[in-house]
Design a protein around this ligand. Structure first.
Ligand code: HPA
Length: 252
């Protein structure tokens, strides 16, 4: 529940690589949140943005110190939920597999396949917790996906509607053979942080959708011999610059 002296939250945003703070957030305050699952990636920053009360959390920490497989996804979602968040947008850097998902393209995926391993993927993973088998046929909240697409349209930002996000373990990038297999499986995008974030949000009954920012063509999909981290961050910076415009146009 929200703290009694705080306005209820309209939106929570989890920033990925390249998005470590929320530009334009006014009256910002920071809040450390204790969770039963250990520490979140950092303080949650609360503030006002485009007539919305927003909570922001940098998934990898504000200095990008947490690799994807070491992010405490359970603590992050729990922290946002305990501050009163009901609607969460995850911003995720990805590689593009599908031909029309090249660098700087922004995608609102509608499906995912999980290739990660060794991550804690459920709040049931605690001695004595009730075992639940939640429905995950549609891993993203369709109403929120629609809101993101409409907001992007209203803001004049081009986004692709739908696509399958393949979540890999990282932190290394994939081999060409791995990406070829993912393509055969039906993946359009590849990223390292989409899971278990999406399923934990569902377990907490949060509305959740993903804004996937394409940083590079995935291994073997573009004409590059090698993927450089400089290239990734340059493209990410350009795509990230569009994110506040999209979120500003989201309804409160
Ligand atoms: N693979 C996995 N995750 C990524 C990539 C990639 O090529 N680019 C940005 N995040």
């Amino acid at each position: 529940m929200p703290h009694p002296d705080q306005a209820p939250l309209d939106l929570a945003v989890i920033g990925g690589s390249g998005l470590y703070n929320f530009p334009g957030l006014e009256n910002a305050t920071r809040q450390a949140v204790d969770t039963p699952y250990g520490p979140a990636s950092g303080d949650v920053v609360l503030g006002d943005f485009a007539r919305k009360r927003v909570a922001f959390l940098a998934r990898h920490g504000e200095s990008h110190t947490l690799p994807p497989h070491r992010v405490n996804y359970r603590a992050n979602l729990w922290a946002l939920h305990s501050l009163g968040a009901r609607r969460v947008v995850g911003v995720n850097a990805v590689g593009g597999i599908r031909g029309d998902m090249g660098p700087r393209v922004i995608v609102v995926p509608d499906q995912l396949i999980d290739y990660t391993h060794g991550r804690i993927t459920s709040y049931c993973d605690v001695e004595g917790a009730e075992v639940r088998h939640i429905d995950f046929s549609e891993p993203y909240t369709e109403a929120l996906r629609r809101q993101l697409l409409a907001a992007a349209r209203a803001a004049g930002v081009e986004v692709v509607d739908g696509g399958c996000y393949g979540a890999t373990q990282g932190p290394r990038l994939e081999t060409r053979a791995e990406i070829a297999r993912m393509k055969r499986d039906g993946c359009d995008l590849v990223g390292m942080t989409g899971m278990p974030e999406a399923v934990l949000a569902r377990e907490l009954a949060l509305e959740y959708a993903c804004l996937a920012l394409v940083a590079n063509f995935a291994a073997g999909c573009g004409d590059q011999a090698e993927i450089s981290i400089e290239e990734i961050f340059a493209h990410l910076a350009a795509a990230t610059a569009e994110v506040p415009r999209i979120l500003a146009a989201l309804p409160g």
